[in-house]
Design a protein around this ligand. Sequence first.
Ligand code: SF4
Length: 373
Amino acid sequence: MARRRRADSQAEFQQRLLGWFRAHRRDLPWRHTRDAYRVWISEIMLQQTRAAAVLGYYRRFLRAFPTLRALARAREERVLKAWSGLGYYSRARNLARAAKLIQSQHGGRFPRLLDEALALPGVGAYTARAVLSIAYDEPLAVLDGNVARVIARREAIEGELRRPARWKQLQALADRRLDAKSPGDWNQAMMELGATVCTPRQPRCGACPVREGCRALRLGLADRLPERRAKSAPVRVRVAAAVLLDGAGRTLLVRSPANAAAQDDDRPAGLGPIFSRLWHFPAIVTSGDSRTDLERHLSAEFPLNGAARWQAIPAIRHAVTFRDVTIEPWLIHVEELPRGPGRIVALDAAGRMAISSASRKIATTALARIDQP
Ligand code: SF4
């Protein structure tokens, strides 16, 4: 009897949520396709990025790389350029690598087996389950921050959700709740509910299609669950950057070798996360006088020939994950740009290259200051 009641309430929960989703879902371009390649691109873009911010990038990226084959054949530089501005560039690098692997090992088709999908670079449990359920109807429940919050509230689960044991418990609950007949819609419905109704702050319980049976609502805990993660204070980083400029309006961009940059990514005060391992202006982390540190860095790495005129340009604030970065750029008018590693480009063209938003801000600020006293 009790089992039948549970099955009934489960069926009712699924029906209500799916009915609500089908009537109220946001009209997003990736919801018009079940093509695994397109679903995969959207899921990678949506990691750490809001849907509204992804829209334009999604369309442009697919115009540039309409098929997996096109992406697999593209040079990484082109992929990074199409990604430019979206941030977290490791996502684009992994996409490019994974596309090549899919092309060579899976006949150009996103794999259908969970283990094979999980073996691709940049594809974790969430992404694999999302792509396989949406594109191939595989009965796999996703668990992301939105889904975890909905489950935690419905079941009144206390404590920090991201702890490994708790996350495992939430995945098991997500699996149990899954509507295996419509896994793609179901997963999207759970995420949509978390993104638009059961939001982190002030959940709209009055408008919730599954408020019946919600334990957090009944116990008056809806806006207290889940427990907030204690935020640590941001790490403050100061960076001195050199915008070298010759008489023809050209500048020097550099890029750290991949292995050095990857190690740098792990250091709180490393340059890797700030410039996303893309082309950037010569720069150094500084704790003293930015000009003195930069002069020392340039003479060691990019020695200048002839006279140079240094012009201070306004500092730029830039936030990257837990870092609060202040960039102190210098516009350095030189007779000749240093030869050696790096790339010489017109300063006013740098913004069109695959560079991070920090580099783009430096280029824009420098361009605005040229010829000003
Ligand atoms: Fe979330 Fe409120 Fe709905 Fe419960 S009733 S699932 S807390 S929005």
